[in-house]
Design a binder for this molecule. Sequence first.
Ligand code: ADP
Ligand code: MG
Length: 249
Amino acid sequence: MIKLEHVNMSFRGNQILADINLEIAEGETMVIIGPSGSGKSTLLRLMIGLLKPSSGQIWVNGREISGLPEDALNEVRKNMGMVFQYSALFDSMTVGENVAFGLRQHTDKSEQEIADTVEQMLTMVGLAGQQNVMPGELSGGMKKRVSLARAIAINPAIVLYDEPTAGLDPIMSSVIDRLINDTKKMLKVTSVVVTHDMPSAFNVADRIAMIYDGSIIEQGTVDDIRRSDNPIVQQFIHGLLQPDIRERR
Ligand code: ADP
Ligand code: MG
């Protein structure tokens, strides 16, 4: 469903990602782990076509997207939902309007169909009846759930999550993990979850890839990662790795 081949990414001559090769199968949940500043969000932005790689190819559902113009990218994005790191809700719109946003942009559903879908999505994330609440009145965990409802309302084949549990307490994190797993099962989506929260990674992953300083240093099943003989992987999964490598740049 998603394939990256020899992807390199530089910003103003500063190489952020180096020779990334990654394949994500249909219906699979791939978790990308790694310290802050290692290039995880950049990888997601490449997958959804918000950034173009400096070199290499990115295939989404059979199409190579790195050379596509904006209108063709918009077609590809109709099949992708993204849950951004800071929820990225529109603060001046109600919860209902936030969830309806992609439906209005990407589909020609009637107002009644939109209202029905919004209600279904909010019910699915445990926020039934909250259509008229403003985002400012919600807790961090509720915002994340609205963001997820907005991402899946367009019935995407792929959902990308950037740090979905960041800043949440362990109970709310496990609620989000369960929703990621429910979304996978009910909507049969392919998921890519970027996180540095190891309990969450182990709760949702079919496979895990670890990125460190712009390279994938290990990938495999949850068991493969747990048994990795790479000391950096072991330090990271046990919470012993220096949390931020940006200072070294
Ligand atoms: P992560 O999500 O793993 O924390 P990011 O992908 O956000 O890492 O960032 C990786 C590196 O790329 C960081 O050093 C960051 O400062 C740099 N970076 C990210 N986006 C840009 C950009 N648009 N312009 C310049 N540098 C960027
Ligand atoms: Mg990030």
